[in-house]
Design a protein around this ligand. Structure first.
Ligand SMILES: Nc1nc2c(c(=O)[nH]1)N[C@H]1C(S)=C(S)[C@@H](COP(=O)(O)O)O[C@H]1N2
Ligand SMILES: [Mo]
Length: 396
């Protein structure tokens, strides 16, 4: 694509905030400290960055365009200026990497992949055009199951050079039904939190598929193709699939499982470290809860005795307005923050567990969902909190 270029090495990476915890340097994979997730909208600097190759460079934005082709009667190319002229939507959506909390899963049994704490997740205001409106321009109506020429999937192709694709670009697809349904809010985003998208997050244009694992939200978009079958790229066929605990690297058959799309219900405590020392008195247990597919958060329970007894936490999104999962004014694709201020016993095991609007609950332990790629660790987030003086005495 003219105007957008993919470097072959890491000599042209953008600057990043020094406080990020770098989990892999090349490709650059980093997350903020978990305490950065306590604000409803995650600041861009502290939003996790997940890459599979060097960050592309825009040499000439005037020449950049995204092509829309494949099984369509008349392929088109849209410049960024044409995309900006389409009706603009701001969608608050949580992006979560399927590998969020992988490090904790690998403690049970080794898994393959970049390690992440609980912050491979962020919530942003994405500004852009609806994919459904763009697809109308090539003759595919809103809420279609098939395109007129028999396409069933919409493929997004980037330009970054990924090892896993033998130097080819990152790609993914979603069903046409989701892509053309305006209510599913799939965006071609050019803004993040009201600012022009930056290079790390996909400048000049990226896809945002709300409620779905981050892997499908392709950055640095080069082309959109209407295709008959699901995208055959590495990240759809040989990665980002959920296997049962019995599958290992000797008996894996990738084709037995589907590409992961929606993510399950998740939560994590962000006010405490995994092992923490706290002052006597009340302790604030707060963090995020989110579910995929646009399901809301019905409840967040917290425990200070490892899950024997529970208390319900408060939930909120913006400001201090109590959250209601069925309210039309809530952001359906966004996380819900939770908070409980509790007296804790001397050696507390603090736990959070979220319940979504379909009453799906997080599993209590990681063993039951262990999988060799270490994806979707949604087990109860447990942290140990010790009261300061007691620790000092027992250390004598
Ligand atoms: N082109 C391209 N798009 C991509 C990726 C990538 O490596 N290349 N990584 C994906 C993954 S796995 C995730 S979790 C999100 C991360 O988006 P972020 O870096 O903006 O947080 O982007 C997705 N889109
Ligand atoms: Mo990811």
């Amino acid at each position: 694509m003219p105007g957008l270029r993919a470097p072959a090495d890491y000599s042209e990476e953008p600057p990043r905030h020094p406080s990020l915890k770098v989990n892999a340097k090349e490709p650059f994979n980093a997350e903020p400290h978990r305490s950065a997730l306590l604000s409803y909208i995650t600041p861009i600097d502290f939003f996790y960055k997940r890459n599979h190759g060097p960050i592309p460079v825009v040499d000439d934005i005037e020449r950049y365009g995204v092509s829309v082709g494949g099984l369509v009667k008349k392929p088109i190319e849209l410049s960024i200026f044409e995309i900006r002229k389409l009706p603009k939507y701001n969608v608050v959506a949580t992006l979560q990497c399927a590998g969020n909390r992988r490090t904790a899963m690998s403690k049970t049994r080794t898994v393959k992949g970049v390690g992440w704490d609980v912050a491979a997740i962020g919530n942003a205001i994405w500004g852009g055009a609806k994919l459904a409106d763009v697809l109308e321009l090539v003759g595919i109506s809103h809420s279609s199951t098939y395109s007129p020429l028999g396409g069933k999937h919409v493929e997004f192709v980037s330009i970054d050079k990924c090892k896993e694709e033998n130097g080819g670009p990152y790609k993914a697809s979603i069903p046409i039904r989701q892509a053309t349904n305006p209510e599913d809010d799939v965006l071609l985003a050019y803004e993040m939190n009201g600012e022009t998208l930056n290079r790390d997050h996909g400048f000049p244009l990226r896809v945002i598929v709300p409620g779905v694992i981050g892997a499908r939200s392709v950055k640095w978009l080069d082309s959109i193709n209407i295709i008959e079958e699901e995208c055959q790229g590495f990240f759809m066929q040989k990665d980002y699939k959920m296997f049962p605990p019995s599958v290992n690297w000797d008996n894996i058959n990738w084709f037995t499982r589907k590409a992961q799309m929606d993510f399950p219900v998740q939560s994590a405590i962000c006010t405490l470290e995994d092992v923490d020392v706290v002052k006597p008195g009340k302790v604030t247990i707060a963090g995020y809860a989110v579910s995929g597919g646009g399901r809301g958060i019905e409840r967040v329970d917290v425990s200070v005795d490892g899950g024997k007894t529970w208390l319900e936490a408060e939930r909120y999104q913006r400001g201090n307005i109590p959250y209601q999962s069925d309210d039309v004014h809530t952001d359906k694709w966004a996380w819900v923050l939770f908070k409980a201020v509790i007296d804790i016993p001397e050696n507390a095991v603090v736990v959070a567990k979220a319940v979504d609007t379909a009453s799906n609950v997080q599993p209590d332990n990681v063993e039951v969902i262990w999988n060799l790629r270490g994806i979707l660790n949604t087990s109860w987030h447990k942290v140990q909190a010790r009261r300061a003086p007691q620790v000092a005495i027992s250390n004598l």
